[in-house]
Design a protein around this ligand. Structure first.
Ligand code: HEM
Length: 211
């Protein structure tokens, strides 16, 4: 196996550690007084962390000049979706026992759940179109546009988190700052490439006019 192949195995195993830790704590009855709450919080936290790590790959790759980092982005994004599924399942299964009426009442009482649901649903098309075949079918540009939904999902997730916290919002603010930096980096890069393209266009126009 290549070095990247080995590294993928190591990272894949590490990404399963939060789930393994939850299973272990559940097995030894060490999830605290409210196990469902503990599972909800842990899976919610890890969904958000994986979303941010996925978003950090491109800036990291560009700033460090390490192109191989891109080869881990899909796996990390799929882990965000995986922990999102566990978080959602914890809610509808362990917390609400699939009782639709109770869920509707709860969403009415705690509207922040709607934002979590939005963040989660936005990840579904990204997971579905994450294969090489789907990239080819959609075409690079369309695929890239679709995958920008990850930003919308991350913003919705931060609002969901802040709203859920009610009083002590220092953790959501920390995550929000990280997301702001990642989005800011992208905006700066986009503005710089637009400026270069504009310079090129005016250069070509000036040359044609001079001919
Ligand atoms: C991308 C999707 C989502 C992300 C990133 C996310 C993230 C989070 C985070 C970070 C927390 C707080 C954890 C903590 O206290 O440490 C949380 C709590 C919670 N989330 Fe989500 N969430 C998502 C989707 C959802 C969905 C789909 C639902 C249910 C339909 C949901 C229901 C909840 C509930 C009930 C809580 C607990 C709030 C409390 O204890 O008061 N979340 N979520």
């Amino acid at each position: 196996m290549t070095r990247i192949g080995w590294l993928k195995v190591v990272i894949f195993t590490l990404c399963l550690a939060p789930l393994a830790s939850l299973i272990w704590k559940a097995a030894v009855a060490n999830l605290g007084a409210n196990p469902i709450e503990a599972i909800t919080h842990s899976t919610g936290d890890w969904t958000l962390r994986f979303l941010l790590v996925t978003l950090a790959i491109t800036p990291l790759r560009k700033l460090t000049g390490q192109p191989w980092l891109i080869r881990f982005r899909r796996m990390l994004g799929l882990f965000a979706f995986f922990y999102g599924c566990l978080h959602f399942l914890t809610y509808i299964w362990l917390d609400q026992a699939f009782a639709i009426r109770s869920m509707i009442d709860d969403v009415y009482k705690r509207p922040f759940i709607t934002l979590g649901f939005t963040a989660f649903v936005l990840l579904v098309p990204l997971a579905v179109t994450s294969t090489r075949r789907m990239i080819q079918r959609l075409g690079g540009r369309r695929w890239q546009w679709l995958h920008r939904l990850i930003y919308v999902s991350a913003v919705a997730a931060i609002v969901h988190f802040t709203w859920a916290m009610k009083k002590d919002i220092h953790r959501p603010i920390e995550y929000g700052i990280m997301l702001g930096l990642l989005l800011g980096y992208r905006l700066i890069m986009w503005a710089a490439s637009e400026a270069t393209a504009r310079r090129k266009r005016t250069g070509i126009a000036a040359e044609t006019a001079a001919d």
